[in-house]
Design a protein. Structure first.
Length: 354
């Protein structure tokens, strides 16, 4: 699986998360799972092999596309051939070149000219294929997701798209190559037919859909950094709509999504509304000791939902892409059994993840 360079990506946590789930829930293979803030999709992609149904939701369109590709589309010979065709297309100037690489009308340096033009050629080719009914909706999203992840590999940023670097770094100077987001084929012993992917505000999910799940996993934003602002170019590439208004030096989408979980004054009410409204047997939440919501505030909310276990994990801190020595953040995995009542919290320490 290819993933984005992403804030809060659970590359190192999902195995621990699965272990925690198995520690609390028997026979997950006959149970349903929802990843409510799906992001890169790495949690759902790995959990789907352990649950009979695995759904995902994320408000950001690029994330919706990625999760759709991971949970609802197999890799195939047809996709392999189209990806090969995409990698041999002539360069063209399009929306990505116009808005995210340096030219007469734009100073932004998110991508080199050649990579932006290559991405434009691929993006338009995918759209043409879909409009001509040459590919299905799931194949369309598979190819879009593959483009989003592939172009991210050569982005000229330190990590997020809140700013571009003034000089092109080494990885940004490499030629973009379209790679499949995953290579799972339809004989992996798991059917994707049951999975669903949604694109709504997490706090209104239970109002919009009446779904009941055995397990719901929540990995919300921890701080004031809005994901929609930090990954605005990826949303633009996924949507590829010239009516979208970009503003400012970095080309931020004018009406980008704003999450209440990133606002100090709103986060408590947002969490309460979300947690009390969700319908599930087990609610599992990732958070940490540096989040906008304090541990005490968190406890007051979750203990009203059911019996609580708190798993604590120490991680080395990261600044951009480099670890900061002798500095740790404590990651929390809250497990709430909504079928039981209890005000006390059982705490379990997990060894430091290096």
């Amino acid at each position: 699986m290819n993933t984005l360079n992403y804030i809060g990506c659970k590359n190192t946590l999902y195995k621990t998360l699965l272990s925690v789930i198995k520690d609390n829930i028997i026979n997950t293979n006959d149970k349903t799972f929802l990843d409510l803030f799906a992001g890169t999709g790495i949690v759902g992609f790995n959990m789907m092999f352990h649950f009979k149904k695995c759904d995902a939701n994320d408000l950001e369109f690029y994330s919706y596309v990625i999760n759709y590709a991971l949970l609802k589309c197999y890799y195939s010979e047809n996709l392999k051939n189209i990806i090969d065709e995409c990698n041999h297309l002539p360069l063209i100037e399009g929306l990505i070149y116009d808005n995210f690489s340096p030219n007469e009308l734009c100073e932004r340096m998110f991508f080199t000219n050649s990579n932006a033009m290559k991405a434009d050629a691929i993006r338009q080719y995918i759209e043409t294929k879909y409009n001509n009914n040459s590919i299905s909706l799931s194949e369309y999203y598979f190819l879009l997701a593959s483009l989003v992840v592939s172009i991210d590999k050569v982005a000229n940023t330190s990590c997020v798209y809140g700013a571009y670097l003034k000089e092109y770094k080494k990885t940004a100077l490499k030629d973009v190559i379209l790679q499949p987001i995953h290579t799972n084929i339809d004989n992996v012993g798991y059917t994707l037919n049951h999975n669903s992917v949604y694109n709504v505000f997490a706090e209104t999910f239970s109002e919009t859909y009446a779904n009941y799940y055995d397990v719901i996993y929540i990995d919300p934003p921890y701080n004031q950094r809005q994901y929609s602002a930090n990954y605005s170019p990826l949303n633009y590439i996924a949507q590829y709509d010239n009516t979208i208004v970009l503003k400012g030096k970095t080309g931020l989408i004018e009406n980008y999504n704003k999450s209440s979980f990133c606002k100090k004054r709103e986060v408590k009410d947002a969490f309460s509304k979300l947690i009390y409204g969700l319908k599930c047997n087990y609610l599992i939440i990732s958070y940490n000791n540096e989040g906008l919501l304090s541990r005490d505030e968190f406890e007051k909310i979750v203990t009203k939902k059911g019996y609580v276990k708190l798993y604590k994990i120490k991680y080395g801190k990261f600044k951009a892409q480099e670890k900061v020595d002798k500095s740790f953040v404590e990651e929390y995995i809250w497990v709430i059994d909504t079928t039981r009542i209890g005000t006390a919290i059982e705490e379990i320490d997990i060894d430091v993840v290096k």
